[in-house]
Design a protein around this ligand. Structure first.
Ligand SMILES: Cc1cc2nc3c(=O)[nH]c(=O)nc-3n(C[C@H](O)[C@H](O)[C@H](O)COP(=O)(O)OP(=O)(O)OC[C@H]3O[C@@H](n4cnc5c(N)ncnc54)[C@H](O)[C@@H]3O)c2cc1C
Length: 417
């Protein structure tokens, strides 16, 4: 095959990981080509955080790392190489002013995620990186266990390193596809899943729909299935088809994975984790003594949001007309059980159309965490969501994209020469 263009590093995908990787490689003097199959770069970055872009957060490095669960060891070298402080300095340098919200989440001060994308594109142009939009990489050219080029829809390029930053499956409208996985498979890599994560959950319970709009400010969600446990905490929103909000999004990937093998997954919700059973028994006792003639549903309604009190009474199997003085010991126990472990039956998630990240991807045991290079093919590197790494909401995923892009781009360039 006649190779018609020659670069040092070919980067596949102009999301945050690919743009950062291209900059990292070019600052080491590499000639870099960045390919994006969409008509423009960074579509997902621009849509992130509702268009405002929760780019990272200010949590201490060790706390940040722990939020990646069993992938913490794998992500550690990239986060040490280019953590949230370095990302903040880097973006400030590019002229992107940042602000901290809710005491820890970092956003562009302008309220526009597209400002970060535009600043990255300006720097790419200053560094002389060739950005090819509407250009899909269709296959890798691999010879004797070494990658030596890419076949793009715009022609064939020879190179010393290829860096796959093609993202995951989420939001096909923003570029999500299996295109990167197919390239990784061509190089002999295994793909775990993929499953949609950070997505709303659909439920089949009687209350589904009737609680739409009700927010539980600090819900604690628990799932126990197939010998595994998962807990998340944060605000939760009832929707017309089930539940959403940060606490739900954070467990949705686990639910999607479980739902591949079963029809339903039980989620237990504690609507007020700060109040233990004893505290609730004390409250009910006080109602009996001071408000005996009042309906329990109304008393609950005064401390629980919206119509959630009604759902609790139904879940506990206690009549809505029951007054506090008449509440039996069994009914009290069932109400407290419903408050501490409100049962929700998950039967589906929003899928890749509504998910924010992909759970699964290129198996990280086949990738060297210190350089993000392939253990299968020499000269091949990975960054961002294409890898089997995903974090919760709060800027973890974009920071991972930037950190891994910076590390992989650095080592992809050092292969050159
Ligand atoms: C609606 C939404 C909101 C989000 N909000 C946040 C948030 O506030 N904070 C946060 O941390 N995370 C957020 N995320 C997640 C975050 O956006 C992603 O984790 C991040 O964009 C992943 O970066 P990436 O560069 O790895 O992949 P992507 O951003 O997906 O970029 C990959 C690019 O590769 C291109 N591509 C794929 N295959 C090829 C090919 N064969 N040839 C050429 N190009 C190819 C794709 O078109 C795409 O543009 C959000 C995601 C969504 C969908």
């Amino acid at each position: 095959m006649l190779l018609d263009r020659r670069v040092d590093v070919a980067v596949v995908g102009a999301g945050p990981a690919g743009m950062m990787a291209a900059l990292a490689a070019s600052r080491l003097g590499a000639k870099v080509a960045l390919f994006e199959r969409q008509p423009f770069a960074g579509a997902k970055l621009c849509a992130s955080g509702g268009g405002r872009g929760n780019l990272t957060n200010t949590l201490p490095a060790d706390v940040f790392l722990k939020r990646f669960g069993n992938k913490a060891r794998f992500v550690a070298p990239a986060l040490r190489f280019f953590g949230s402080e370095r990302l903040t300095e880097f973006l400030n340098d590019l002229g992107v002013r940042l602000r901290v919200e809710d005491g820890w989440r970092v956003y562009p001060a302008s309220g526009r995620a597209s400002d970060a994308r535009d600043a990255l594109l300006r720097r790419l142009a200053e560094c002389g990186v060739s950005v090819f939009t509407s250009s899909e990489i269709e296959s890798l050219i691999i010879k004797d266990g070494r990658v030596c080029g890419v076949r793009a829809s715009v022609g064939t390029f020879s190179c010393r390193s290829v860096l796959l930053a093609a993202g995951g499956m989420t939001r096909p409208d923003l570029g999500g596809s299996d295109s990167g996985y197919l390239l990784a498979k061509q190089a002999g890599h295994s793909i775990r899943g993929p499953f949609p994560a950070l997505a709303p959950i659909r439920t089949s319970d009687l209350w589904t729909g009737s609680l739409a709009g009700v927010v539980i400010q600090n819900a604690r969600l628990r799932i126990k299935a197939d010998g595994k446990k998962l807990v998340s905490q944060g605000s939760m929103l009832f929707t017309h088809s089930g539940v959403s909000g940060p606490a739900v999004l954070d467990i949705s990937g686990f639910v999607a994975e479980l739902l591949c093998g079963k029809d339903a997954v039980e989620i237990l919700m504690d609507c007020e984790p700060g109040a233990d059973e004893e505290e609730w028994f004390g409250r009910v006792q006080r109602w009996r003594n001071s408000h005996g003639a009042k309906k329990v549903a109304n008393l609950l309604d005064s401390i629980l949001p919206g119509s959630f009190a009604m759902a609790v009474m139904q879940a506990a199997g206690v009549s809505m007309s029951r007054v506090a003085a008449e509440l039996t010991a069994g009914e009290t126990k069932r109400i407290i059980q419903a408050l501490k472990a409100f049962r929700m039956t998950a039967v589906g998630t929003g899928g890749f159309d509504e998910a924010m990240v992909t759970l699964g991807g290129v198996d990280v045991s086949e990738v060297d965490a210190k350089t993000l290079s392939s253990r299968k093919v020499t000269g091949l590197f990975f960054a961002g969501e294409i890898l089997d790494v995903d974090g919760p909401t709060g800027g973890f995923n974009l920071q991972w994209a930037f950190s891994s892009g910076r590390l992989a781009g650095h080592f992809a360039a050092t292969q050159v020469g």
